[in-house]
Design a protein. Structure first.
Length: 716
């Protein structure tokens, strides 16, 4: 018998879908039913006759020669050694880093999404979650249980391994060293994967996005090892067969439902790559690229706002989508294929949004979800990146592609050129030198991305990114968190206040929802209530309970601060209201963070104000919370006298999960406020004596609650 809870959950999902979206929802549901009805008992392999027809040859002996002469341009000319040398000459550390990683891969020692180094046997665990031990059977993907709230396994672990990012590393090692052992390992691994994962069978065929990312990485790896003696004719034929099988699967299993997501964009990019790389002469495969380009033109204005931001309310997914579209756009340009007008118009705006969001250390603020997802990971130091994503590398590639040195002005770390060099080679070397020469940064700047609700204030060597985004994804909240009015704060290369990240998705339901919750972000929780209700059984949805307004503070300096208001709609027409003011105070070398709130009707309006610190030593000094770093700059949160009731300050042990699957502890400051107003000045200082002066000055000052305001922007 169906439980009342299940019925209520079903109807909450139905109500969350707008009427205009139902045609798209129903079409995708019918497609999914068709996938089940058409599931075959044996894998749908591409026959020799079909393969010959696709490539327009009469005999299998002609296939490889025709393929090599098809006139398709890749990112580098063969042999790949020349490109590898250009990279290593410019970034000398690349060689040792890649060869060290290659040595691990040769003995099947892998580290996948927080697993830590795992020594595998002769066969890599293609269908197993090496963290939980769960293994999916090799049956048709429609018969698999991909997610189980009680089992504790994580489908993303085998998916990540089967994306074959590591195969590109093997290819890079071969290109750098000329040693056939790396190419041989790639061949053996892929042959083993083909045996273990026939088309449409097993978890690695569960969605078209995984298939698309795998195809792009296999193409890169194959091009890198193509001239090795380990890559024989028989392997090339099977490789081409596999690419056609990948393309056919993607075309037949597009993730085109509502709301559209990065999955659908990845599907279309995968078809563009396969249609371009294979350059077939006959059959349905000939239509992959034009079909995907047409669908991409239609979908991009849906998923990318006019200001260039991705609509899923996640900075990390904005980066992922930008990365896949940028690489795809370059592949099209190399082959003299015109990008559609929407892609040509929106891609520079997306990269420009990255330039505005990027922190001085080359990372992004973590608003919304982050699963460390990549289209390609060409850099050799992925393991050292905070999230596993390379925002600065993507930005450098975009700056080189569009000749926009200004996009790199606000990054204070050395330019990350590896990806740009692998893609552009010697041209990038010259371009890189040009880009490096233009790194002067302004002393203050407001980056406003109002369609996404992301704002960045830079002043006095400090960086403050604040989030005023709604649920995203047309209100569904695929990758949104309850992080409205939260913020990140950095001084130079030191992170002070951060967003804790996401940690995990389906592998741990409780942790997934905990990292989405209000208390996991530097914002105010009113009466213990969430900003948006979190459906316990929906790991990729939030109830769309909240609307937001952003107002720019008036004054001589139009970039001095912002005020954000959220209204969370409760039952019976009641609302929680929270207004937060961010204002730069040069005399305090810090930021005023002023909050006012009210609870709906008779609802509890007790405020809990959270500040999530990076992994720094933190103490409570009365009601002041401050870091205690031995060197460099420190942060003090000094409360202002805006309430008659003094707040209570405590330090709790919180968690961070910047990189998917990796959990760490970090301090969290929690202020319990009995009243309905609270304010701190977040001061950055060098010496203790400087802190003492700041504290006395702030205590002696009278602080207003409500600022004057100018322009208003609403984010739903």
């Amino acid at each position: 018998m169906i439980s009342t809870q299940a019925i209520n959950h079903f109807w909450s999902r139905v109500r969350a879908v707008p009427l205009r979206a139902y045609p798209r929802v129903l079409r995708q549901r019918l497609r999914q039913l068709q996938w089940r009805w058409s599931a075959t008992a044996v894998p749908p392999r591409v026959t020799d006759a079909e393969l010959l027809r696709v490539f327009g040859v009469a005999h299998v002996n002609e296939l490889v020669a025709q393929f090599d002469q098809r006139g398709v341009r890749f990112f580098f000319d063969r042999p790949a050694a020349a490109r590898a040398d250009a990279v290593a000459d410019t970034v000398p550390a690349v060689r040792n880093r890649l060869l060290a990683r290659g040595a691990e891969l040769l003995v099947h020692r892998i580290d996948v999404l927080g697993s830590g180094p795992v020594q595998c046997g002769a066969q890599l665990p293609w269908r197993r979650d090496i963290k939980s031990g769960h293994e999916w059977p090799c049956v048709h993907f429609t018969q698999l249980t991909i997610v189980d709230s009680l089992a504790g396994f994580d489908i993303k672990v085998p998916w990540e391994l089967s994306r074959f990012h590591h195969a590109v590393t093997l290819g890079q090692c071969y290109a750098l060293s000329g040693d056939d052992k790396y190419a041989r390992e790639f061949v053996l691994q892929l042959q083993d994967w083909w045996t273990d994962n026939p088309p449409e069978f097993g978890p690695n065929w569960a969605n078209a996005m995984e298939v698309s990312i795998r195809a792009a990485n296999l193409i890169w790896a194959f091009e890198l090892v193509r001239d090795s003696a380990a890559v024989g004719t028989a392997f090339v034929i099977e490789f081409l067969r596999s690419l056609v099988e990948h393309g056919r699967y993607i075309q037949a299993h597009l993730e085109a439902g509502w709301p559209g997501s990065n999955h659908y964009l990845a599907d279309l990019c995968g078809l563009i790559w396969l249609g371009t790389y294979c350059a077939p002469r006959a059959g349905a495969e000939m239509r992959w690229r034009p079909m995907a380009l047409a669908l991409l033109e239609r979908e991009l204005p849906v998923q990318v706002h006019p200001d260039g931001t991705n609509y899923e309310a996640s900075t990390s997914y904005h980066l992922l989508v930008t990365e896949m579209l940028l690489h795809t756009s370059i592949l099209l340009r190399l082959n003299a294929v015109a990008a559609g007008p929407q892609l040509a118009r929106l891609l520079p705006l997306m990269i420009g949004a990255l330039a505005g969001l990027i922190r001085p250390d080359g990372e992004l603020p973590l608003f919304g979800d982050c699963d460390s997802g990549r289209w390609l990971a060409l850099e050799s130091d992925t393991i050292d990146l905070r999230t596993g994503q390379d925002a600065a590398g993507v930005l450098a590639l975009g700056a080189a592609e569009f000749s926009q040195a200004g996009w790199l002005q606000l990054v204070e770390v050395p330019m990350r050129l590896e990806t740009t060099l692998w893609v552009h080679g010697n041209d990038a070397n010259a371009g890189g030198k040009h880009l490096i020469s233009g790194t002067s940064a302004p002393t203050a700047r407001l980056c406003a991305l109002p369609d996404a609700g992301w704002y960045v204030l830079r002043a006095g060597g400090q960086y403050l990114a604040l989030n005023a985004s709604g649920n995203g994804a047309d209100g569904w909240g695929f990758h949104a968190h309850n992080d409205a009015l939260s913020f990140e704060l950095c001084t130079g290369l030191r992170s002070l206040l951060v967003d804790p990240g996401s940690y995990v998705y389906t592998g741990n339901f409780a942790a997934r929802n905990r990292f989405r919750a209000t208390a996991m972000h530097s914002t105010v929780r009113i009466g213990g209530r969430e900003i948006n209700r979190i459906p316990a059984a929906d790991l990729f949805r939030l109830e769309n309970d909240t609307t937001l307004w952003v107002e720019q503070l008036s004054g001589d300096d139009a970039t001095r601060g912002l005020q954000v208001t959220r209204r969370t709609h409760l039952a019976a027409g009641l609302v929680d209201v929270h207004t937060r003011r961010f204002e730069w105070l040069p005399e305090c070398s810090g930021w005023l963070i002023a909050d006012e709130w009210s609870g709906g009707g008779s609802e509890d309006a007790t405020g809990e104000v959270y500040f999530h610190f990076a992994g720094l030593p933190v103490i409570v000094d009365g009601v002041v919370v401050r870091t205690m770093c031995d060197s460099g700059r420190n942060l003090a949160l000094i409360p202002c006298n805006v309430s008659d009731v003094e707040p209570t300050a405590t330090i709790e042990i919180g968690s961070t999960g910047y990189r998917y699957g990796c959990l760490a502890s970090a301090p969290v400051a929690r202020y319990a406020v009995a009243g309905r107003a609270f304010a701190v000045v977040a001061c950055v200082y060098n010496e203790y004596q400087e802190y003492e002066v700041l504290r006395k000055n702030i205590a002696a000052r009278t602080w207003p609650r409500a600022p004057a305001a100018l322009s208003t922007k609403q984010n739903n």
